[in-house]
Design a protein around this ligand. Structure first.
Ligand SMILES: Nc1ccn([C@H]2C[C@H](O)[C@@H](COP(=O)(O)OP(=O)(O)OP(=O)(O)O)O2)c(=O)n1
Length: 343
C-alpha cells in the first residue's frame, strides 16, 4: 500500500520528507479488512483508527514502516492484538541525510517513545519478517513471465520480450530498494539500534535479515514487472484529462492488478491462482482523508476451498476428469466471491 499512487492533488503538495509514507494492512480473523496508506494529511495508523474505530479491537496490523508514537498510542488504545512492521527506516525517518539536526533529534525522541509504548502495551509489537518459501523467487519469476498480462503484450507487441521484462524488473528493483531498504549496512544497523532492535544487528541474524528483505523486494519487483505500462497497452488507454471525470488512472489500475497478482499466490487450487482486490470509486468528487483519492477499499480474496477445510477434503480435478463427481468446481470459491464475502 505504501506505493499506492497519490492523486494529483496530493502530489502537488511537496513538503520536506522527515515523515515517510507508510502502508498498512488491517487483518481480522485472517481476513484483510483494510488497505491503507498515508496521505498528505494523515498517517496510515491514524487513517485506520478513523476508518475502523472500535472494530480495530483484536485486529492484526501490518505496517511497511515502524509507526510513529502518535499512531502507535492510538492503535494500542484501540485494543489491537498484534502490530508487525518492516525493519527498515521508520515512519519518522532516522536517516541522517539533509534534514536539520533538531528534526533528527525529534525523530530519535519519537523512536524512544515508540519503544516505551511498545514495552508497556498489551499488543504484541514485532518485526514483520517472513522468510520466503523455498524456490518462491523462481516460482514468482516463472509465473510472472507467463502471466496473462505479459503474454497479451507479447502477442500485440512482439518487440516486448523476456529481456524487456528483465529490464522492467531491474527498474522496479531499484525503485523498491530505494524505498524499502537502507543501502549501507552500517546505517541500517544504526537505525535498528535506535529502534530498539539491537539483537538483529549481530550476525548471522543481520545477514539473514537483509537477505530476507532483499528477496521480498525482488518478489515484489518481479510481480510489478509483469504488469508494465508498455506502449499504449493497459486498462485505460489514456489518462483522463477532464478534471470532473473520476476515471481511474493507468497507474492506479496497475497498482490494483499487482495487489491481485500477489494475492493469487495464496490460492488453494494447485493449478490456477486467481486474486481479486475490489476497490470502488466514490460518486462525489471529494477526496477522502487517506491517500487513495476517490477510491475506497471493499475487500480482497483468492480462490480457495471453504474456510477451515483441509487439503484433502475436496476434489481438485478439472474439466479433463471424466468423472464429474470429483471435479473441483462445486467446491472452490472464486477469488471475487471471497473478496466480497469472507476471505
Ligand atoms: N473469475 C474467476 C475464475 C476462476 N477462478 C478460479 C477458480 C478455480 O480455482 C480456477 C480455475 O477456474 P476455471 O473455472 O477457469 O476452470 P478451468 O477449467 O480454467 O480450470 P483448470 O484450468 O484448472 O482446468 O480459477 C476464480 O477465482 N475467479
Amino acid at each position: 500500500m505504501e506505493v499506492f499512487p497519490s492523486s494529483k492533488h496530493v502530489q502537488a503538495i511537496k513538503k520536506p520528507q522527515r515523515i515517510k509514507k507508510t502502508g498498512l494492512v488491517v487483518v481480522r480473523n485472517m481476513k484483510i479488512i483494510g488497505l491503507h496508506c498515508s496521505s498528505s494529511e494523515l498517517h496510515a495508523g491514524q487513517i485506520a483508527v478513523i476508518k475502523h474505530g472500535s472494530r480495530l479491537k483484536d485486529c492484526d496490523l501490518y505496517f511497511s514502516r515502524k509507526p510513529c508514537s502518535t499512531c502507535l498510542k492510538m492503535i494500542v488504545n484501540a485494543g489491537v492484538n498484534r502490530i508487525s512492521y518492516w525493519p527498515s527506516d521508520p515512519e519518522i525517518s532516522l536517516q541522517p541525510e539533509n534534514p536539520s539536526q533538531t528534526s533528527l533529534g525529534d525523530a530519535r525522541l519519537d523512536a524512544k517513545a515508540v519503544e516505551r509504548l511498545k514495552s508497556n502495551s498489551r499488543a504484541h509489537v514485532c518485526v514483520l519478517l517472513q522468510p520466503l518459501a523455498c524456490y518462491m523467487v523462481q516460482f514468482v519469476e516463472e509465473t510472472s513471465l507467463k502471466c496473462d498480462f505479459a503474454q497479451k503484450i507479447t502477442r500485440i507487441h512482439p518487440e516486448f520480450q523476456r529481456s524487456t521484462f528483465y529490464e522492467y524488473r531491474q527498474d522496479r528493483v531499484k525503485e523498491y530498494e530505494a524505498l524499502f531498504l537502507i543501502s549501507s549496512e552500517e546505517k541500517h544497523k544504526e537505525i535498528l539500534r535506535l529502534m530498539g532492535l539491537e539483537n538483529l544487528c549481530e550476525d548471522p541474524y543481520f545477514v539473514c535479515l537483509r537477505q530476507n528483505m532483499k528477496e521480498l523486494v525482488l518478489v515484489l519487483a518481479t510481480v510489478a514487472a509483469s504488469v508494465p505500462s508498455y506502449s499504449d497497452f493497459g486498462f485505460y488507454l489514456s489518462e483522463t484529462s477532464d478534471d470532473n471525470q473520476q476515471g481511474l488512472t493507468q497507474e492506479i489500475a496497475q497498482h490494483c492488478i499487482i495487489q491481485a497478482r500477489l494475492l493469487a499466490y495464496r490460492t488453494e487450487d494447485h493449478k490456477i491462482g486467481v486474486g481479486a482486490v475490489v476497490w470502488a470509486e466514490r460518486k462525489c468528487s471529494t477526496l477522502d482523508c487517506d491517500g487513495t483519492g476517490s477510491m475506497y477499499f471493499l475487500g480482497c480474496g483468492y480462490n480457495a476451498f471453504p474456510v477451515g477445510s483441509e487439503y484433502a477434503d475436496f476434489p481438485h480435478m478439472d474439466d479433463n476428469q471424466k468423472d464429474r463427481e470429483i471435479r473441483k468446481f462445486r467446491y472452490i470459491i472464486h477469488a471475487e466471491q471471497n473478496a466480497i464475502t469472507f476471505r
